[in-house]
Write a protein that binds this ligand. Structure first.
Ligand SMILES: [Zn+2]
Length: 299
């Protein structure tokens, strides 16, 4: 998720905090990233390749030792680094906010005053929940795309949804069979519904997350077709980063597509965007799956 966090305030109020005064948490759960408050917290640096992640905790304790949370962040950062060939930014602030309950509850990524991620985590989160979590990888994947305007959030979310499981497979954290099955099951949620318009004009949950992921899938398959399976979306996205396009930058989507297309020697993204931006497009997903999946190891 990127920046749409108004509900987090309500969540913080509803869940309350058993040991920590609510006001101590609310400072860290606003709509924007609390850069000033973060910088007052003691931060622990962890490394991801050449990058440094400065990790700080909002008030509150976890049942698990903090080392378990650091391991989770390191594993997540490694998956993202494997996919992109490098961690997307040279440094990032990572804020962990403990709240009542279990699991990794939500994440949000920011870039306007330096790359930053907030992860809201239940105080009773278990090792298994951290091992199975996808949200940290999803958020870190957002760091690899320039910030885009509201009508194009489907691109940011679609890339994060599509890349996250593939990155975890490439890092050895998930099996290809598992993500292949999940994608076949979930991708149809991105198909246009009656009355939907193109991706730039239909800001529903399904079209934003899975419509965006479907755009990525179609682009990936088409790039592979046109290049004899030499390159795909991974090379396109690495091209954006290589040109300096990370989440600390504001780029128009046309520039993102031009730069990414140049990296693959195709015009696949620019062409597909022209087809899908204003018009609902419903590909035959069954046919696509029959043709073959771009998932690593799933062919
Ligand atoms: Zn997201």
């Amino acid at each position: 998720m990127i920046k749409s966090t108004a509900w987090l305030m309500a969540q913080a109020m509803l869940l309350g905090a058993a040991c920590v005064p609510a006001h101590a948490q609310s400072e860290f759960l606003g709509e924007r990233f609390p850069y000033t408050a973060f910088d007052r917290l003691p931060a622990t640096p962890i490394t991801a390749g050449d990058a440094t992640l400065n990790v700080a905790f909002a008030p509150g304790e976890f049942a698990l030792p903090r080392s378990a949370l650091f391991n989770w962040l390191e594993t997540s950062a490694k998956a993202v680094s494997v996919y992109f060939g490098t961690f997307p930014v040279s440094s990032a602030r990572i804020l962990i906010v403990p709240v009542a309950g279990r699991g990794v509850q939500s994440g949000t990524t920011f870039g306007y005053r330096g790359a930053a991620i907030r992860l809201v985590v239940g105080r009773d989160v278990t090792e298994a929940e951290l091992r199975n979590d996808w949200k940290a990888v999803h958020e870190m994947t957002h760091l690899a795309l320039p910030d885009v305007r509201e009508p194009h959030l489907w691109l940011a979310e679609g890339i994060a949804v599509y890349v996250e499981p593939i990155a975890r497979v490439e890092a050895g954290d998930l099996t290809a069979a598992k993500i292949w099955g999940d994608m076949v099951r979930d991708m149809k949620q991105g198909l246009p519904r009656p009355g939907d318009r193109g991706l730039d004009r239909t800001p529903t949950w399904g079209r934003t997350y899975w419509g965006g992921a479907m755009f990525c899938l179609l682009a990936d398959i088409e790039m592979r077709k046109q290049t004899g399976n030499r390159v795909g979306l991974q090379q396109a996205l690495r091209g954006i980063l290589a040109a300096g396009g990370n989440h600390e930058q504001d780029w128009p989507v046309a520039r993102i597509f031009t730069v990414a297309d140049k990296a693959t020697g195709t015009t696949v993204l620019t062409d597909l965007y022209a087809k899908m931006r204003a018009t609902p497009m419903a590909p035959d997903l069954d046919e696509l799956w029959r043709e073959g999946s771009p998932c690593p190891g799933a062919r």
